[in-house]
Structures are given as structure tokens and as C-alpha cells.
Design a protein around this ligand. Structure first.
Ligand SMILES: NC(=O)c1ccc[n+]([C@@H]2O[C@H](COP(=O)([O-])OP(=O)(O)OC[C@H]3O[C@@H](n4cnc5c(N)ncnc54)[C@H](O)[C@@H]3O)[C@@H](O)[C@H]2O)c1
Length: 278
């Protein structure tokens, strides 16, 4: 592991959502370790049964606590176990959780299954509210702490294949703002990082993901950021260098959101058009 800057020395946290080596949360855990943080890892019991997370626990010295984030009881238990483990509260929380049964089971947005729709929202967005509520009530959040949830530009612009996750991310970002305004009195920041398409288990599970990835790669002047680059950005938000940044949705997308069209795309389109004319 390369040497860091000691940005998170003395900080303690919870990292939700590391599933396998490609997971953004996995990369963030490694980067947090590099920067001197201590943390606990959490994922749904069903994800833990796959067993991959054990390797990350061993590599980083972090305990693994199961928690399905749709369950209030399991979140409360996680809060208690984490307090016991650290003998106190945490300074940062990473929410890197997302799942849509409708996308998984290939249900079109206009023919949505409403039970699954509620599950998408519950797992991917309301869970941030639940975690903050129980962490706050259980005295787990230290003053001056920082909470980051991972989002996607589908919250602002519709990507058809992202289906009900567009709605889930819009809700997630709103919850971050709403809670951020309330926790600010204790110096606690709540932000979302809107990451570009990244080749992970959740990402690749979306039909049409390759098209979304290539489109973003071609439009973003800096190209798509990797999961490791996302990790580096999230660290700055957990660190004391960003103490007055809150209630923001921060784009980590190589400039995608602001660019209208790239030279490369313009050339591609011109070529396509001229081929059509021949
Ligand atoms: N991969 C991308 O292209 C991309 C882009 C922008 C944002 N994001 C977001 O990044 C976050 C992490 O996703 P990822 O791409 O690293 O994929 P991932 O599949 O590695 O992570 C998703 C995680 O959510 C967990 N999860 C699902 N249901 C849960 C539940 N009920 N309780 C607890 N955990 C549960 C999964 O077990 C998994 O670890 C998600 O919020 C995702 O929407 C991903």
C-alpha cells in the first residue's frame, strides 16, 4: 500500500457497501487505511455470506458487522457494536449502498413493480435517513464528523436504463441536504459524491451500462474517474480540510456534467453523418 498524507489520522468511521475488490467502498476502505483511519466494515448478511469481505477485514484490521440497512433493529445493533468496538463515537460514515430489484429483474420503468420500487428507494435512499437517525439517537456521531453517500447524475438527468434508480438518487441527495441542515449545528457535514459510471458489481448489473460508461468517457474532458480516484476524493471530505462543505452534491465525473459535447463526439457524429450521406 502506498504511503498517504496521514489525512485521517486518529479518525474512526463506518464503511457500508464493500462487496468485492471492485466496489467503490472497498477502494475507499483501502484509502482510509492508507490515511491512518480506523473503521468497521458493514454489509447486508446475504452479501457477507459470499465471504469476499473477510479478505478486506484482514487487510485493514477492521471488524465486519452485518447489517441490512432496511432494518431499524439491525442498524441499532450495528450502532451499539460500533460504539463498543471503539469505546465511543465515529468521525465519518460512508454510505455506498444501492440496489434496484426492478433493474435486476428487467422491469421497465413504465411497467414498474411497486413493491420493488419501494425496496429500491428503501435500500438506496431511505437507508441514509435510517442510518443517520439511529447513529444520532444512539450518540454515535462525533461533533465535527463527516458523512458521504455515493450518488449518480441520474438524480438530475434521466438515463433511461437507470430506471427507478434515477428516483432513488434524487431522494438520496435530498435526504443528505435535509439531514445536513440539521446536523450542521454540531459541525457535522453531510454530502453526496456523484461518481461517474464505474465498473463494479452494481454498475455492471445495469443493462446498457457499457453504453453509459463509453458515453461518459467520451464526453468528460478528464475521462471517467476510477473507483480509486473516487476514494481519494471522498477522503478529502472525511478529512478536516473540508470542514465547511455540507449539503452539497459534488460531481466527481471528470467534467462530464458541465461539458456540452466533446471534440471526439463531434468528430464521431460528423463521420456518422457523412457516411449516411454517401
Ligand atoms: N458503479 C457505478 O457506476 C456507480 C456510479 C455512481 C454511483 N454509484 C453508487 O456507488 C455505491 C456503491 O456501488 P458500487 O458501484 O461500488 O457497487 P457494489 O455492488 O460493489 O456496492 C453496492 C453495495 O450495496 C450493498 N447493499 C445492497 N442492499 C443492501 C442492504 N439491504 N443492506 C446493506 N447493504 C446493501 C451491496 O451488498 C453492495 O455491497 C452505490 O450507491 C451506487 O449506486 C455507483
Amino acid at each position: 500500500m502506498s504511503e498517504g498524507y496521514g489525512l485521517l489520522k486518529g479518525k474512526k468511521g463506518i464503511i457500508f457497501g464493500a462487496l468485492d475488490e471492485r466496489s467503490i467502498a472497498w477502494r475507499i476502505a483501502l484509502a482510509c487505511k492508507r490515511e491512518g483511519a480506523e473503521f468497521v466494515l458493514s454489509n447486508a448478511p446475504i452479501a457477507l455470506r459470499m465471504g469476499a469481505l473477510d479478505a478486506l477485514g484482514e487487510e485493514t484490521g477492521a471488524p465486519i458487522f452485518p447489517c441490512d440497512v432496511t432494518s431499524d433493529d439491525q442498524i441499532k445493533e450495528l450502532v451499539e457494536k460500533t460504539k463498543e468496538h471503539f469505546g465511543g463515537g465515529v468521525d465519518f460514515i460512508l454510505h455506498a449502498i444501492g440496489m434496484s430489484p426492478n433493474i435486476r429483474k428487467k422491469k421497465e420503468y413504465t411497467d414498474i413493480n411497486y413493491k420493488w420500487y419501494q425496496q429500491s428507494l428503501d435500500i438506496s435512499a431511505v437507508s441514509l435517513h435510517r442510518i443517520l437517525h439511529h447513529a444520532d439517537e444512539g450518540g454515535l456521531l462525533n461533533d465535527g464528523g463527516s458523512v458521504v453517500a455515493l450518488s449518480y447524475i441520474g438524480a438530475q438527468r434521466i438515463f433511461s436504463k437507470y430506471s427507478d434508480m434515477n428516483d432513488a438518487k434524487a431522494l438520496l441527495e435530498s435526504i443528505a441536504r435535509n439531514y445536513g441542515s440539521r446536523l450542521a449545528k454540531r459541525g457535522i457535514r453531510v454530502n453526496t459524491v456523484s461518481q461517474a459510471p464505474t465498473k463494479t458489481s452494481a454498475g455492471s448489473g445495469i443493462k446498457g451500462f457499457d453504453g453509459m460508461y463509453t458515453f461518459a468517457e467520451k464526453l468528460a474532458p478528464l475521462g471517467n474517474p476510477s473507483a480509486d480516484e473516487c476514494a481519494d476524493y471522498c477522503l478529502t471530505l472525511f478529512s478536516d480540510l473540508t470542514r465547511k462543505v455540507t449539503m452539497q452534491n459534488l460531481f466527481h465525473d471528470g467534467g462530464f456534467v458541465t461539458n456540452g459535447i466533446s471534440e471526439e463526439m463531434m468528430n464521431d457524429l460528423a463521420n456518422l453523418y457523412s457516411e449516411g450521406e454517401e
